[in-house]
Design a protein around this ligand. Structure first.
Ligand code: GDP
Ligand code: MG
Length: 656
């Protein structure tokens, strides 16, 4: 850094630029070649940063030179002379969009090459917020390239671009048009030409055009990273120049404001001394100071005087000028000197901004990394990795299903609490049914319905029928319970799938289908088992010991094998029925929920876990891992941004 500063120090800048070399020799001359090696990489760096769109991601602007001045002060003429190419101009407002001029000095090969590019879509260059998510860089530039045989085409093309961006007519736009010029005759510089400050709207201009232009200019010059080149004609009162006032308002110290005095050839006689004093920074002091240049006047343009000739004429003008000759020796005059000064300041500026830029990029890289981490875990792009990712996702799902079915995983609603509540209702229903049995009516029935039995024997068939009728009434509620249980378990399984595969609609859908299919087929299976159970209940059966045990618990008498068959007496019928019902209810109260829990949850979850693994063989991995568009778009955007920031860091680091 210090090396470059030395090279570009005023004290070290003592070469006589105004010697008799011709312009292009001076441009490529010794001074320039000495700082060139250090200048080029820095300017290239900034151009590269700009071309990867880094300014969209960071809050500080890239160092730039902007050209401002009143209408017709000579801005375009100065730029033309700097880059050796005709720029669109005329008497009215002509620069209607910011025009970025990238001057690139090239060695032999081509003599001159220009490329015009601009964005087609609305793109706020100045205030690009982070996270806009737009990635339009590649598609929105429409570069056109021209060779030196057709420089007038450049002018046409810029006009066309302006018409497209700012509309036909005289309106303005803040969209950037880039004109890159590669030539051995230019220096390495990037500048932005802004529309001139208009005092009175011309025909076809909106009435507030003056303010529009001022706002646009302010947007550019307010940024501390910008060097403001203020173009002021020699023949106006510098103190009242609006462009200079605007520059001073954003840069009161004048540390980044360079004034260019134009049209020294058309000043009034007798004003030379005052103008010289201004040029020597003695009147309106600016830290950087002034450079005086002479460009082609309208007449010379009309006479088709080439820029090369004009350059030669400029040098002669200063050499022969009685007053301004001194400026030549002070390195305060001519276009080549202006180029040298601008380059020097731009480079210093870039050097100063670099650490900040680096810090800023670092800061944003960290932010983007953190953002990315939040939505990380997306599928890798390579097929192998994607398959591995799918395996892991499915395993994760299976683990959750496993712990759900074993009661370890508790979702929003606790599955087992929900199930127990339903089982309890079933139990209550059984008990209600049991107590609804009208004991005296059944006793009547038993006595009256005696068949072939001799008197003294009761009808066991009737006893059985009474119980069977009661059991049959329980069938529908059991089936209803099954569908309630299915509903609860299904919802919980779907919740797990939702949670696990939230971002992957295809995977979620496939799993949902499997869950639903399995639950339906398990429901059919469970229903069959329940029906079987009810059919079995038609066999009125229990172990003698169990029966006696309950009977004894219910009555006052003690029954046992030894007392048989004395219990078959009418007075005992009610007890006998009740006892059997109790045993049956106890059996059904457990058996039915157990069937359901087994088929709908335990077996179902095993089946499900096996079934989802078939996705590994059946499904197209890429298709099934297709992501919800919002998340993947956001991640892609962040990844792109991270790549850009990394590239930016790589560009910057070696130069710090
Ligand atoms: P802009 O509106 O600021 O871009 O100004 P232009 O570059 O279009 O110049 C306005 C007019 O001033 C044109 O006719 C130029 O030829 C003329 N002009 C620019 N610089 C000089 C100069 O140094 N001397 C003379 N005599 N005329 C100049
Ligand atoms: Mg202009």
């Amino acid at each position: 850094m210090s090396q470059l500063n030395n090279d570009s120090n005023d004290s070290d800048n003592s070469e006589d630029i105004g010697s008799s070399q011709n312009e292009s020799q001076i441009m490529g001359g010794e001074l320039h070649s000495r700082i060139k090696e250090k200048v080029r990489p820095l300017i290239d760096m900034i151009d590269n940063l700009r071309s990867i769109g880094i300014q969209r991601y960071i809050d500080i602007a890239l160092p730039t030179i902007v050209v401002i001045g009143d209408q017709s002060s000579g801005k375009s003429s100065v730029l033309e002379a700097l880059c050796g190419v005709a720029l669109p101009r005329g008497t009215g407002i002509v620069t209607r969009c910011p025009l970025e001029l990238k001057l690139k000095k090239v060695k032999d090969g081509i003599r001159w090459k220009a490329t015009v590019s601009y964005r087609l879509k609305t793109f706020d260059v100045v205030n690009l917020s982070v996270g806009s998510g737009r990635d339009e860089l590649s598609e929105c530039y429409t570069p056109r390239t021209f060779t030196m045989d057709e420089p007038w085409l450049v002018e046409e093309c810029v006009k066309e671009a302006q018409n497209e961006l700012a509309g036909e007519g005289a309106g303005i736009s803040d969209e950037l048009i880039t004109l890159e010029i590669r030539s051995p005759d230019v220096c390495d510089l990037t500048l932005i030409d802004l529309p001139g400050i208009a005092r009175v709207p011309v025909q076809g201009q909106p009435p507030d055009i003056g303010n529009q232009i001022r706002n646009l200019i302010m947007k550019f010059i307010a940024k501390p990273e910008t060097i403001n080149m203020v173009v002021v004609p020699c023949n106006v009162d510098i103190a009242t120049t609006e462009a200079l006032q605007m520059a001073m308002s954003v840069d009161p110290e004048g540390t980044r404001t360079l004034a260019v005095l134009t049209k020294p050839d058309i000043i009034d006689r007798g004003t030379e001394r005052d103008i010289l004093a201004t040029a020597r920074n003695e009147v309106f002091h600016l830290k950087i100071g002034y450079i005086m240049v002479k460009c082609r006047g309208q007449q010379q343009i009309d006479q088709n005087i080439s820029l090369e000739e004009a350059s030669e004429m400029e040098r002669k003008f200063f050499l022969n000028h009685e007053y301004f000759r001194q400026l030549l020796t002070d390195n305060k005059a001519t276009i080549p000197q202006l180029a040298t000064e601008l380059t020097k300041h731009l480079v210093n500026h870039i050097r100063n901004v670099l650490p900040l830029l680096d810090e800023e990029i670092q800061k944003h890289t960290t932010n983007v990394r953190n953002e990315l981490r939040k939505i990380e875990g997306g599928p890798p792009r390579d097929p192998q990795g994607a398959r591995q990712f799918l395996i892991e996702s499915l395993t994760g799902f299976n683990d959750k299903i496993n712990s759900l079915s074993s009661g370890d995983l508790i979702n929003k609603e606790n599955l087992f609490i929900q199930l127990r509540k339903e089982y309890k209702k079933w139990n209550d229903h059984l008990n209600r049914t049991m107590s609804s049995l009208n004991q005296s009516a059944t006793k009547e029935q038993l006595l009256k319905n005696r068949g072939r039995e001799l008197a003294g024997f009761s009808s066991y068939r009737t006893f059985e029928m009474i119980l069977q009728e009661l059991i049959a009434k329980l069938m529908d509620p059991a089936i209803d319970l099954l569908s309630t249980i299915k509903g609860i378990i299904l919802k919980q399984l779907l919740d797990v799938s939702d949670e696990c595969f939230q971002r992957y609609p295809a995977l979620r859908k496939a799993t949902e289908q499997k869950i639903e299919r399995i639950q339906s087929s398990q429901q059919i299976k469970a229903e069959e088992r329940i029906q079987e159970q009810f059919e079995m209940e038609n066999i009125i059966f229990t172990q003698d010991d169990i029966y006696f045990h309950s009977l004894n618990a219910n009555g006052s008498e003690i029954f046992s094998d030894a007392r048989l068959p004395f219990c078959d007496v009418a007075t005992k019928y009610a007890d006998m029925l009740k006892t059997y019902l109790e045993i049956m209810v106890q059996r059904m109260a457990d058996q039915v929920p157990m069937l359901m829990q087994y088929f709908m949850l335990k077996e179902a979850s095993t089946l499900l876990r096996n079934d989802v693994l078939t996705l590994l063989d059946e499904a197209d991995v890429r298709e099934i891992l297709y992501e919800d568009s919002d998340v993947s778009r956001r991640r892609n955007d962040l990844q792109t941004r991270l790549e850009r920031l990394n590239t930016a860091q790589e560009i910057i680091r070696p130069l710090i």
